[in-house]
Write a protein that binds this ligand. Structure first.
Ligand code: IVH
Length: 243
């Protein structure tokens, strides 16, 4: 039985290819540099949040639709549930926001809240949940938004889907702009210029990631300039401009 309305994403949500060591990352970087016919390019380092991808649509400053990633092309309409996530703005106040745009982000269940949540369920004789990720997913797919509202879900916005205006021409400025509109972006993003700096970012977070209140399963490295992203393109579902 179908429970949520299907939503077709105007711009598909992509997957990511993986690099499991320095060598694989360097191979990706070299290939991108060769394709772009440039010696180097700026990259944005982000953490890879282990939650649930969503797309949020705003019309005339109002949050009108929130959908899960689904298979990347078709997701589920979970607007009513997403409206209960405190850090998702229901209205964008800035007068210079485009009339229609979509942001993408990852919904997660904070780890500290998850421990508390399971303790409470234990005390009430209810089943406990295995991990924050599945609990975030289960919470978003509740048929009764009042149940979702009781769950302390949070979100990091990591990009723009589409937009009817001249967005910034790179990822770093886009994150900054989305932050200025009131979206919650991650404070641990970094703009770097070399593979060595990427390695430093990655190793630094490998040591500190357990100290964060959200689960991460890697880092996402994105070519900063959008014209470069377009030039590199997408193969299948995997962009060559990110890894
Ligand atoms: S960008 C480049 N940025 O990873 C296309 N995705 O395999 C990917 N994810 O389910 C989107 N953190 O929700 C991007 N900082 C981040 C991310 C991120 C987690 C998830 C995303 C999707 C999967 C892509």
């Amino acid at each position: 039985a179908q429970r949520f309305t299907e939503v077709r994403h105007p711009v598909p949500l992509l997957s990511l290819s993986n690099a499991f060591d320095d060598e694989e990352f360097l191979a990706w970087h070299t290939r991108a540099a060769n394709l772009l016919e440039t010696g180097g390019f700026d990259m944005v380092c982000e953490l890879k949040y282990d939650g649930l991808a969503v797309a949020l649509t705003y019309e005339d400053g109002v949050f009108v639709r929130g959908a899960t990633r689904g298979n990347g092309v078709v997701g589920e309409d979970v607007t009513l549930n997403l409206r209960t996530v405190r850090s998702i703005p229901l209205r964008i106040l800035a007068g210079n926001a485009p009339s229609r745009f979509e942001v993408r982000g990852e919904v997660f269940f904070p780890r500290s809240e998850f421990a508390r949540f399971n303790e409470e369920r234990l005390a009430r004789g209810l089943e406990t949940y295995a991990n924050p990720r599945n609990t975030a997913a289960g919470s978003l797919r509740q048929l009764d938004p009042r149940i979702t509202a009781e769950r302390p879900l949070d979100i990091f916005i990591y990009g723009l889907g589409y937009s009817e205006w001249d967005a910034p021409d790179n990822q770093w400025d886009t994150l900054d702009y989305l932050g200025s509109l009131g979206f919650k972006t991650n404070p641990n993003n970094a703009l770097v210029g070399t593979p060595e700096e990427v390695a430093d970012y990655y190793r630094g977070w490998l040591e500190r990631v357990e100290g964060l209140d959200y689960a991460c399963d890697g880092a996402v490295i994105k070519v900063n300039r959008f014209d470069y992203q377009r030039d590199l393109g997408v193969v299948g579902r995997e962009p060559r401009w990110a890894i």
